[in-house]
Ligand binder design. Structure first.
Ligand code: PFF
Length: 458
């Protein structure tokens, strides 16, 4: 991969990587699992995982990507060239499969989000009471055609950005959309935090309740940390390969991690105070955003005049579409970039994108149908959607992450790591010892525990 194909500036690189990290995981998933497992108590554990394990993994992927300037399978191959080490490339392949599956699931939820954005923009959800909203969500997510149409719309926008290229597509779009996302989120936070009765929401989110923090909660915190930082499937290896050679990898990783975490916390502030102020149930789980929140927004609408609740609802779903889009872009880019590298002669960015989007559309349509018409087909008691979701949240990302840290910690020469982190000796790397300790011992132990527990709990 040539230098000119990468991001042109540090800001562009950070915007793109923050775009990947900030997604449905921050705004849809983080608030409800944080609420579920004891608010502030979960947050404390989550912060430790994000900064000690998640960030170490991000640096690991960046080092592999920027050093080799290649996509995961080839990055492993380049760093472990001897015939005895050939099997490491399968770790890269596993990452590729994981990003493929995650993207398929991600598209289903992104399709819902796009639909909800369109519906709230035309005021279709206004006036529905809580029961009608739940009914609406169930009939929509179980129906056959409508979710697939919206998956296709969302996928087409994602594909257009990828076809635009790394600089003119991904970097440019991220530089515009990320600041827009922050502004929209701040507007929602101010609205939510200033509603009468908002204090209870803050308490729910931040007051540590260690009795709620079960072992399950600790595992969920680690899984969420990996998912939220977009590590564990090689996407950050690909983005790492686009980073400028003079980029300070530690600084970039800290920026991404801090932004990602702040945005997750802000999403909690945008959601919970409003949920409490409007007397709704905060423990809505995955349905929090699609069922509880529309009811919250509706209750903000005055009987007459400007439907302020519906306006905030439209802003909220636009925010969610933007967040989902920049994450989906990174997942699709990882696959397209691999295709380009796999077949340099015959493939082009446009051709790969179209082929992959065709495949993705079929797979996500099948997953979407498994929520409704095809829910009779189950694997181990789970619908296909549930099964792929379980693979993606419990097994595959921790396994890929484990491979990456063991590989960099124990197989790759330390001089290579030092050289990458110090930009050829120009930056100080006093933290190298701590980093090596984290990727050699701490991260593998934590990931193994997650994997084993996941397997034992089936
Ligand atoms: N980090 C994204 C989120 O929090 O929604 C999800 C994600 C994107 C995971 C890209 C993995 C990835 F490669």
């Amino acid at each position: 991969m040539s230098e000119t194909k990468g991001f042109t500036s540090s800001f562009g690189a950070i915007a793109a990587a923050v775009g990947s990290a900030v997604g449905l995981g921050n705004i849809w998933r983080f608030p409800y699992i944080c609420g579920q497992y004891g608010g502030g108590a979960f947050l404390l554990v989550y912060l430790c995982f994000v900064f000690f394990i998640g960030m170490a993994l991000m640096i690991t992927e960046f080092v592999m990507g920027r050093h080799t300037r290649r996509t995961p399978i080839f990055a492993y191959e380049t760093l472990a060239p001897s015939p005895k080490q050939r099997w490491w490339r399968y770790a890269g392949l596993l990452g590729l499969i994981t990003s493929f599956l995650i993207l398929a699931l991600y598209l289903v939820i992104s399709g819902w989000t796009t639909n909800y954005f369109a519906e709230s923009a035309v005021g279709r959800l206004a006036g529905l009471d809580s029961n009608a909203i739940t009914e609406h969500f169930n009939s929509f997510s179980n129906s056959a055609l409508r979710p697939i149409v919206f998956i296709a719309v969302f996928l087409a926008i994602t594909a257009a950005v990828i076809i635009g290229g790394v600089q003119k597509g991904i970097e440019r779009v991220s530089k515009i959309l990320m600041p827009v996302l922050v502004v929209l989120l701040m507007a929602l936070c101010v609205r939510s935090a200033t509603l009468p009765g908002a204090a209870k929401g803050f308490e729910y989110l931040f007051k540590p309740d260690f009795t709620q923090l079960t072992g399950q909660g600790v595992l969920a915190a680690l899984g969420q940390a990996l998912f939220s930082l977009s590590v564990g499937m090689g996407v950050m290896i690909v983005y790492g390969s686009y980073l400028p050679k003079d980029d300070n990898l530690l600084k970039t990783s800290i920026w991404i991690t801090v932004c990602d975490t702040l945005i997750a916390i802000l999403a909690g502030i945008a959601i919970f105070p409003a949920v409490f102020a409007c007397g709704q149930d905060p423990a809505g789980g995955p349905g929090l955003v699609f069922m509880t929140l529309p009811a919250v927004f509706n209750s903000m609408n005055p009987a007459e005049g400007l439907p302020i609740g519906t306006i905030f609802e439209t802003i909220f779903f636009l925010l969610l579409v933007i967040a989902a889009l920049t994450s989906a872009i990174s997942l699709l880019e990882a696959l397209v970039a691999w295709g380009n590298e796999y077949n340099t002669k015959r493939s082009s960015r446009t051709r790969n994108t179209i082929i992959l989007c065709g495949l993705m559309l079929v797979l996500s349509a099948v997953l979407s149908l498994s929520n409704g018409v095809w829910n009779g087909f189950t694997i181990g008691g789970k619908t296909l959607f549930g099964f792929v979701d379980q693979l993606n949240s419990i097994y595959l990302p921790p396994l890929c992450s484990l491979c990456a840290v063991i590989f960099l910690g124990w197989v790759v020469k330390k001089e290579i790591i030092k050289d990458e982190l110090s930009n050829g000796g120009t930056l100080k790397t006093g933290y190298l010892g701590v980093f090596m300790f984290l990727i050699r011992f701490v991260a593998p132990a934590a990931l193994l525990i997650v994997l084993i527990t996941g397997i034992l709990n089936g």
